[in-house]
Design a protein around this ligand. Structure first.
Ligand SMILES: Cc1cc2nc3c(=O)[nH]c(=O)nc-3n(C[C@H](O)[C@H](O)[C@H](O)COP(=O)(O)OP(=O)(O)OC[C@H]3O[C@@H](n4cnc5c(N)ncnc54)[C@H](O)[C@@H]3O)c2cc1C
Length: 401
């Protein structure tokens, strides 16, 4: 169901109203406190989001969602990004949203019924285990995790980390080598669903990120698979399709992340302006009167606007022509918007002075936890290289020097 722009605006304002009334007032207490101890309150808010028809906005109407197109969901995602809890409350947070999209397209009817549906209803959470500490995640064809078929079961052995939100999740999708002899290195790995109550699975630890281990959804796990047995039917897609499926998972995922980052930037810019207007340097002389501060506000506003236009353009292109056709644009937004995010957060902190580095505002949470934006979903340098090579290739093809 395509939303007209008037209905989309109405929808966006309903999300804004929900965030203002129910989430902004409690978010700091939850993100700087124990996430687990707030789970009952968070469940209540998720039920409230359901009752207001705002849950899982990315899903089709048949699946209980709002049937939004990718560009429409992008607009909603920006609003949700203004709170660290936004996407979680409405059940469209990474890594669950990527797993939902992947399973919707490639999982068997049994896996959909048993795992996807409860995930979509918000009854369980999931995670995605691809990166290994021993190998460069930016070139994941090199991995040690193996899944060997024994009768009707895969036996999985391996070590992963940065399995985001593993703590408290009910299943993971693990990337493992199943076809080591395949000539094409991109056809050696497969994706297999592993329920996390499996005796062969262990959450080693929640990795401390700049001093914060986090908990539950807000954590990044180091995990181990030791003779971890799952039925052969828990394979997603075909054997050897792992990297193809990973690409499917990542295409729209970059739109989700970029729009979330733009939401963070908008909130940080708001905080920057409020502080500049309130902070008195001398009686009657406010920080907002300083040209340097004005430059930061203007530059941030311009960069945010440019980011939004770039991301929405990319979302339209993916929607109309597919992720492959939008490859250059996807790489462009990944490094461009993550850089804008870093700059805007840093300026907002600077404007707040010492207050900026305390946990009295959201800025320090984002500064710590969003530094990873330049690393995950492909480090920025890889995306720059993809874009530059594509530009050089097309110049050569078109008779450039
Ligand atoms: C917050 C966060 C959440 C994550 N969540 C998940 C998750 O849920 N599941 C999962 O499986 N993984 C996850 N990851 C892991 C992520 O996918 C990897 O960190 C990423 O792929 C980079 O791999 P690496 O850390 O091993 O860095 P490396 O591959 O070792 O690269 C290190 C650096 O080398 C440079 N570099 C690498 N390649 C090139 C190149 N071609 N050209 C120029 N420079 C290059 C870049 O600067 C890069 O940052 C997460 C990571 C973070 C930070």
């Amino acid at each position: 169901m395509m939303q007209t722009s008037a209905t989309l605006l109405d929808l966006v304002s309903r999300y804004q109203a929900f965030l203002k009334e129910f989430i902004y007032p409690i978010e700091k207490e939850i993100i700087y406190g124990s996430f687990k101890s707030h789970l009952p309150k968070l469940r209540e808010l998720r039920e409230l989001a359901k009752s207001k028809g705002l849950f899982t906005p990315h899903l089709s109407v048949d699946e209980g969602g709002l049937g939004l197109s990718l560009p429409e969901f992008a607009r909603v995602s920006e609003i949700l990004g203004t709170s660290p809890l936004g996407h979680y409350i409405f059940n469209c947070n990474a890594p669950d949203i990527g797993n939902m999209e992947l399973m919707h397209q490639f999982a068997s009817p049994f896996l959909k019924e048993t795992f996807l549906k409860p995930l979509q209803r918000g009854e369980i959470r999931s995670c995605f285990a691809m990166t290994e500490p021993e190998h460069a995640g930016s070139n994941p064809i090199h991995m040690s995790t193996k899944a060997v078929l024994e009768g009707d079961e895969y036996v999985i052995n391996g070590h992963k980390w940065f399995t985001s939100s593993a703590d408290g999740a009910q299943f993971t999708i693990v990337m493992a080598i199943t076809n080591p002899e395949a000539e094409n290195v991109y056809q050696r790995a497969s994706m297999i669903l592993v329920p996390l109550d499996n005796l062969g699975y262990r959450l080693v630890r929640n990795i401390s990120i700049m001093g914060d281990e986090g908990e539950d959804y807000m954590s990044h796990g180091e995990v181990e698979f030791t003779n971890c047995r799952v039925p052969k039917s828990y394979l997603i897609g075909e054997e050897g399709q792992g990297f193809t499926l990973a690409q499917v998972r990542l295409g729209p995922g970059r739109i989700h992340h970029c729009m979330r980052w733009i939401g963070i930037c908008e909130r940080a810019l708001g905080l920057m302006c409020d502080r500049a207007m309130l902070r008195e340097l001398n009686p009657g002389k406010f920080l907002s009167g300083q040209q340097t501060i004005q430059n930061w506000i203007a530059e941030s506003a311009a960069e945010i606007k440019a980011s939004r236009l770039l991301v929405l353009h990319t979302a339209e292109k993916i929607e109309k022509e597919g992720a492959k056709a939008a490859k250059e644009d996807i790489s462009t937004i990944k490094f461009f918007v993550s850089d804008v995010l870093m700059k805007v957060l840093d300026r907002a902190i600077q404007v707040h002075g010492a207050l900026g580095i305390t946990d009295d505002t959201l800025l320090s949470f984002w500064y710590r936890h969003e530094r990873g934006a330049r690393i995950y979903d492909g480090p920025d340098e890889v995306h720059k290289s993809v874009l530059a090579k594509s530009i050089l290739k097309s110049r050569a093809l078109n008779g450039g020097i």
